[in-house]
Structure formats: C-alpha cells, structure tokens
Design a protein. Structure first.
Length: 253
C-alpha cells in the first residue's frame, strides 16, 4: 500500500512544527514504532531530533523502555538520538495510577511541556510520545497528554489501528483534541496487516473522515522487529510527504 491520499502541512521533513505530540487511540497501537519512523525521516532530512517520554509505565528501573526501542530503531547516525524520560513506574497501568501505587510523584502536563520546550531550544524537532491514549491520566488532578499539547500549542499526530473499531476510537480522539482547540495533523496506521480484511481496506478511506484529518502513512505489521538498518532504510516509505516520507495511498477497498 503506497499512493496519493496525503495532504496537509509538513510537520517533519518540511515542517513548520518544532514539537509534535504523538498519541494513540489506545494502548498497543504502534506509537513507539511510529515515533521511531518519524525520527528516522526527520534525521534523514538533516534535522536534529529529540524524543520525550513524559511517563513510562510497566518497566522496572534497569529495563529498557520505549525510548530505548526508539533509539535502537532510529540508529546512532548522523548523531546519537537525544531521548528524555521524565518518570517511570513499574506496573503497566495509567501513569497516575502507577505513580500512586508505587508511591512516586506523578508527572504533570506542565512538567512535560517544560521538558519539551527545553529540548526544542536545542533540537529542530521534539517528538513527545504519550502513554496509552490521549486522555489517560498523568496525575490525580486529571492532567493528560492533551493538556501538555495545549500548553505547548503543538500539533498532534494520531496513531490508530487498522481494523474494525478504529473509526470510533479515532473520531473520539479527534473530537477530544478539537474540544481543546487542537486540530489533529493527521492519522498514521500503526500496524498494517500483510493480508488486510475488508474492514481494514475500507478504513483507509474512512479514517480521514473520522479524524477530520489526512491519512499520513501506514507502518507494516512487524516493522519494529526488522533489523535496524532495514527499518531505517524503509521508514520514509511508510510516512507521507508532510511527515518527511514518500508514502502514497494506493490500495483501495
């Protein structure tokens, strides 16, 4: 699947944005691998990139989290990828719940926005990867990734699933963004199956309508398991030109 369905302003290769928030319609939709692909495309365009993970859950102190995976896939060249994690909590729960159960301080949206601003002072692009969906709570005050995006005034990229049920989740995420005067910059399918069913094929047409934003790419299922060199060579082909890639929608239901 590659063809012409992408439009919209560039936010990566030809990009006016300095910070891009990456959210998912839920957990396990492919945010981390999409974030790595965005970093690859931006670095290939000669941009310095930092990736911020405000809250990492489900990972212990000495274990590799999402940022280690992004750094592995994006590679050490042309320069080491800058990554920053503000907090981690061992249980695989929403950040606010995981922080409370661990007896650790939570991350507030203002903390995430401050860290992103600091990184943006020294990098061309900062990618802020959320935990779970857009409205998962960071703290007991109800702060969310959406609140951090509001503080930053940053565009938000939605990572969605391919199959049945994704249209409702995508529409709800986009509606929550617009309620905060944040327009989604687009949607990327986080894991496109090798043998897509009817629902997945139809969703390529319907996702932009559900989001009110263009479809800006699709990563093949298993992309994160590719050898790092292959991932870096192929990543720009999975993202549309506004994200610094060459992807074009060609598969029609």
């Amino acid at each position: 699947m590659n063809g012409d369905g992408a439009d919209g302003r560039g936010v990566n290769g030809g990009l006016p944005a300095r910070v891009l928030v990456v959210t998912g319609t839920g957990t396990g939709v492919g945010k981390t691998v999409v974030t790595a692909a965005l970093a690859v495309a931006a670095r290939a365009a000669g941009r310095s990139v930092a990736v911020l993970k405000p809250a990492q859950t489900g990972v212990g102190g000495g274990e590799d989290g999402d940022l280690a995976e992004v750094a592995r896939l994006a590679g050490p060249l042309p320069a080491p990828l800058t990554t920053r994690e503000l907090a981690r909590y061992p249980e695989p729960l929403a950040p606010a719940t995981a922080a409370r159960r661990a007896g650790l301080p939570p991350v507030a949206p203002a903390d995430a926005a401050k860290a992103a601003d600091e990184l943006a002072d020294e990098h061309d692009l900062v990618l802020v990867e959320g935990a779970g969906g857009l409205l998962v709570r960071f703290d007991d005050a109800g702060g969310t990734l959406a609140d951090a995006a509001v503080l930053l005034g940053a565009p938000v990229l939605i990572v969605a699933e391919a199959g049945l049920g994704t249209l409702n989740a995508t529409a709800l995420t986009a509606e929550a963004l617009r309620a905060r005067r944040l327009a989604p910059v687009g949607v990327v399918v986080g894991s496109w199956p090798a043998a897509p069913d009817l629902a997945a094929r139809c969703n390529l047409t319907d996702l932009p309508e559900a989001a009110g934003a263009p479809l800006l790419g699709a990563l093949p299922a298993g992309a994160g398991a590719l050898p790092e060199a292959d991932f870096r060579a192929l990543a720009p082909r999975w993202l549309a030109p506004p994200l610094g890639g060459t992807w074009r929608l060609a598969l029609h239901p």
